[in-house]
Ligand binder design. Structure first.
Ligand code: NAP
Length: 306
């Protein structure tokens, strides 16, 4: 058994507490050696409020995982790479495409791993959907990603600030699955975005892509949350991804799924990337987000309050 790799977690908020800390502490690959957050801490782990101090005082910590919102993330990621650390990025990997390309280049220059994670791609049914669609031609598709922002981002105003992406923050999860399972790339042809009159980013979106693929994202869904994708191919195969991609049903038959939960699978992949000296940066979901912002028709929606 290889020695655990020392890792620091930055931005101790909702997703760090819900997913990153339990996944790291349950894994033999990792040792949670420090946290950096202005207010958040993890019991039993040395905590810092300043990244540079943590990096300077912990030369044995070789990996940093960034769980901050996307807008402040670039400066943290660049400082970690310049400080000779491997870096793991929460999704979306940055506030803009250009800044993530810059990080990718920097990681190459310093010879460190950069992993732009897409947790929804690790959903258990995604590999079955991908293999069922391989080599086929998509005739139509329907993506429904409808959840309650008040449940999943309680009080997080950053999602409605510039760079927060609004409903495209969860929507990019759907797009990360779409870009993973489709046998050939598609692109956006139309979109309508609904932005609350008192906010900067959208709360609902409707999109049309080539190959007859349509998508609806909604952040005001109460009751049962809906995270589904359904593709029909020209040879009559229907592939459904249900429950955020955790179930895959092909022509009505439930498929075998992978074993690991999303975040343990991400940390498993990060350990492999670090040990093999590789990076993994696929920006195709973010290209679609950028296209949606570029091409969409805008509609002003009722004001949103928490
Ligand atoms: P969050 O709780 O609002 O933020 C995480 C932490 O980042 C905060 O607690 C805060 O800690 C720090 N932070 C916030 N703004 C900052 C700033 N301007 N500068 C420096 N630090 C700042 O957000 P989250 O829900 O965990 O989401 C973080 C990332 O994870 C996002 O990219 C999101 O898309 C992704 N994600 C979220 C979820 C979810 O269900 N919420 C699920 C999957 C992925 P301190 O105040 O202690 O510094």
């Amino acid at each position: 058994m290889a020695e655990p790799i020392k890792i620091a977690l930055v931005g101790i908020g909702k997703i760090a507490v819900d997913q990153h800390v339990p996944s790291i502490t349950a894994s033999d690959d990792w040792e949670l050696a420090a946290t950096v957050s202005r207010a958040g801490t993890v019991d039993g782990t040395p905590s810092y409020t300043d990244l540079d101090t943590m990096l300077a005082e912990n030369t044995d910590i070789g990996v940093v995982s960034l769980c901050l919102p996307p807008v402040p993330r670039f400066e943290y990621a660049a400082a970690c790479l310049r400080g000779g650390r491997h870096v793991m990025l929460e999704k979306p990997p940055g506030a803009t495409l250009a800044e993530v390309y810059a990080l990718e280049q920097l990681a190459k220059e310093v010879g460190k791993t950069l992993f732009a994670t897409w947790h929804s791609r690790m959903a258990k049914g995604v590999p079955a959907a991908k293999s069922s669609l391989a080599g086929k031609t998509i005739k139509s598709g329907q993506i429904m990603w409808k959840e309650n922002v008040r449940q999943w981002h309680p009080g997080q105003d950053w999602v409605f600030d510039p760079g927060g992406m609004g409903v495209l923050d969860p929507g990019i999860n759907a797009l990360s699955i779409m870009t993973e399972v489709l046998p050939a790339p598609i692109h956006l042809t139309e979109a309508v975005l609904y932005t609350p009159s008192n906010r900067q980013t959208l709360i609902q979106a409707e999109m049309v892509f080539t190959s007859g693929v349509r998508a609806e994202f909604d952040w005001l869904k109460e009751g049962t949350q809906l995270w589904e994708q359904r593709y029909v191919t020209t040879d009559g195969t229907t592939v459904e991804l249900l429950e955020g991609g955790h179930r895959c049903v092909v022509n009505g038959t439930e498929q075998d799924t992978s074993a690991l939960e999303e975040y343990p699978a991400l940390y498993d992949q990060m350990a492999n990337l670090v040990r093999s000296g590789q990076s993994n940066v696929d920006l195709s979901p973010m290209v679609h987000v950028s296209d949606i912002m570029t091409l969409a028709r805008r509609v002003v929606a009722p004001a949103f309050e928490w």
